[in-house]
Design a protein around this ligand. Structure first.
Ligand SMILES: NC(=O)c1ccc[n+]([C@@H]2O[C@H](COP(=O)([O-])OP(=O)(O)OC[C@H]3O[C@@H](n4cnc5c(N)ncnc54)[C@H](O)[C@@H]3O)[C@@H](O)[C@H]2O)c1
Length: 255
């Protein structure tokens, strides 16, 4: 088990949902957690509840994340654990009632979910390379990204979201291969249906139809179950370059 006492950790999207819970479980293991979110108020709320530090940044913006990472480093040191949870999931059909999919919306989803994940990964990894190794194998740190089962079975209305998450899945292996020489691991979690504001803000009938599609356990996953998987990935050095589905065996239907 990796000793996380006083280890610096960065969680993006930490103002809500899986990011907020992940920040908490890392803090409970003794990590010094920086909570990054575009919503500073929510980031501060999480940070205050876990004794962490809040920074505001838009993950899709290079200078914004660079500045946030620097203030995080000034506060807690260079993160050895980085978890990317920031994401958005607007639904839109390719050809809907009002015409073709809005191109700006498509680009925004790709920017936040895919470019944002890569932006955090590249900047965090560059700083991690300067850290001392902490295990016999020469481990310097671990980066955990968040995709979705929609990367594999996107539903109608998820063209942008699925494409963005498919990109996160595809990024995992080349990133792990490239960063291996620095002792930096890269893993991705592909959640199914997790009970966070992203899902719980959907209409009731959509939620019921979705929950009914999970073979077992027939319920939404808990954000805590995502947090536990992050901790396992941090602790288990052999996990690298892989995507783990966390989904109760769901295979999403077209709609
Ligand atoms: N909830 C689910 O069922 C589910 C399933 C599969 C994948 N996911 C993915 O898991 C991740 C976490 O989702 P969640 O359910 O906890 O959602 P959430 O909406 O509760 O939290 C997402 C957080 O990301 C932040 N964020 C959004 N855009 C940002 C940006 N540009 N820069 C910085 N922060 C930004 C939001 O402010 C919010 O605090 C997302 O990437 C989501 O796509 C969620």
């Amino acid at each position: 088990m990796m000793d996380l006492n006083d280890v610096a950790a960065l969680v993006t999207g930490g103002g809500s949902g899986m990011g907020a819970v992940t920040a908490r479980v890392l803090a409970e293991r003794g990590a010094r957690v920086v909570v990054l979110d575009v919503n500073l108020e929510n980031a501060q709320h999480t940070a205050e509840s876990i004794g962490g530090f809040a920074v505001s940044a838009d993950v899709s913006n290079g200078p914004s994340v660079e500045a946030a990472l620097q203030s995080a480093i000034d506060e807690v040191g260079v993160p050895r654990v980085v978890v990317s949870c920031a994401g958005i999931a607007p639904a839109s059909r390719i050809v809907g009632r009002d015409g073709p999919h809005d191109l700006d919306l498509y680009q925004q989803v790709i920017n936040v979910n895919l470019v944002g994940t890569f932006n955090v990964l590249r900047l965090a990894a560059a700083r991690m390379t300067g850290l001392d190794p902490v295990s016999d194998s020469g481990s310097r740190g671990v980066i955990v990204n968040t995709a979705s089962v929609a990367a594999y079975e996107g539903q109608i209305g998820q063209a942008a979201y699925s494409a963005s998450k498919g990109g996160v899945v595809a990024l995992t292996l080349p990133a792990a291969r490239e960063l291996a020489r620095f002792g930096i691991r890269v893993m991705t979690i592909a959640p199914g249906l997790i009970g966070t504001p992203m899902l719980l803000n959907m209409p009731d009938e959509v939620q019921q139809s979705l929950a009914g599609q999970v073979p077992f356990p027939q319920r939404f996953g808990e954000p805590q179950e995502y947090g536990q998987l992050v901790l396992h990935i941090v602790d288990n050095e052999m996990l690298n370059g892989e995507v783990i589905r966390l989904d109760g065996a769901i295979r999403l239907q077209p709609k």
